[in-house]
Design a protein around this ligand. Structure first.
Ligand code: MN
Ligand code: FE2
Length: 296
């Protein structure tokens, strides 16, 4: 039952709020078409890779493709929880979030279609076990829990898993690795263009997640903070293992990639996010909002 509308009762939309600023950005930067990327040079570059290089390159691509599918399928319960609380500005932004994840699925699919010349390929052997634990079990569980119990603690667990670990740590590290292989070595110009767009979208998603978790901590205090810490601590070793298991499959790592650099990058991403959220423990909602706005 609803008896008023913020857009007609004199309240209006809070245009200065973080979600509305992200919404403005999404309308400006998130409207691109995966069809517009030209992957023809990428296909030639891929064809010239050695068999080992092909497998090594396809691993992050396979994990990205599956990951984009997972986050597209799993986001709805969070949008539902936010909508049920009447947070119109946040829900408006979340509509762009889900559409962007769908475009990411679309983009990786088009890349693979061109690069693998239309062949359907079973990538399952490239997807490592700790990845499966996160994406097949933990992520859908924490998101689905919001359907029956959208409590602040469950929202915090969901956002830590989705925004901090899957997007903020694993996806960011994946872009970094792809960048090392593609951009720095002058391969795959279509993929470089695609990941530039992806990174922009994901930075809005992660910014929202940091804001959401900080808001939940500022509004609800220690109970939520404890849940955030527990979820982070449970997921960090798994996330680090996704990176590790990936290169453990190789005696000699192709493209001269140094695993220690990838590890350090992943840990740094995690720590940066953790420190941002930790600050919210001693902040008011106004301080959370102004800090979040300063970063977008
Ligand atoms: Mn995505
Ligand atoms: Fe995302």
């Amino acid at each position: 039952m609803r008896n008023q509308y913020q857009t007609t009762n004199g309240t209006g939309l809070d245009r200065e709020s973080l979600p509305m600023r992200l919404w403005e950005k999404a309308k400006k930067y998130g409207v691109w078409n995966p069809r517009d990327f030209d992957f023809s040079q990428d296909a030639k570059d891929f064809a010239a890779f050695s068999p080992e290089e092909k497998e090594f390159f396809l691993q992050p691509i396979a994990q990205f493709q599956a990951g984009e599918e997972a986050v597209t399928l799993d986001l709805l319960p969070l949008i539902m929880a936010i909508a049920k609380e009447g947070r119109l500005e946040e829900e408006m932004f979340l509509t762009s979030f889900l559409w962007e994840e769908a475009k990411h699925v679309d983009g990786f699919n088009q890349f693979l279609t061109v690069v693998l010349d239309g062949q359907l390929y079973d990538f399952d052997h490239l997807i490592v076990n700790s990845y499966k634990t996160i994406f097949n079990d933990i992520l859908p569980n924490v998101m689905d829990n919001l359907i029956s119990d959208p409590s602040p603690v469950n929202q915090a667990r969901a956002s830590v898993t989705y925004n901090m670990i899957v997007e903020g740590t694993l996806a960011e590290t994946g872009y970094y690795l792809l960048n090392l292989i593609c951009k720095e070595k002058g391969f795959m110009p279509g993929m470089v263009e695609f990941t530039t767009k992806l990174k922009q979208d994901e930075s809005r998603h992660v910014a929202y997640g940091i804001y959401l978790i900080s808001r939940l901590v500022a509004e609800n205090g220690d109970e939520v903070w404890q849940a955030v810490q527990d979820q982070m601590n449970m997921l960090l070793p798994l996330a680090m293992n996704v990176v590790k298991e990936g290169y453990e499959m190789w005696d000699v790592i192709p493209f001269g990639i140094d695993p220690a650099i990838i590890d350090a990058y992943a840990l740094d991403q995690f720590q940066k996010r953790y420190q941002r959220i930790e600050k919210a423990r001693n902040q008011s909602m106004a301080e959370v909002m102004s800090e979040a706005i300063a970063t977008v």
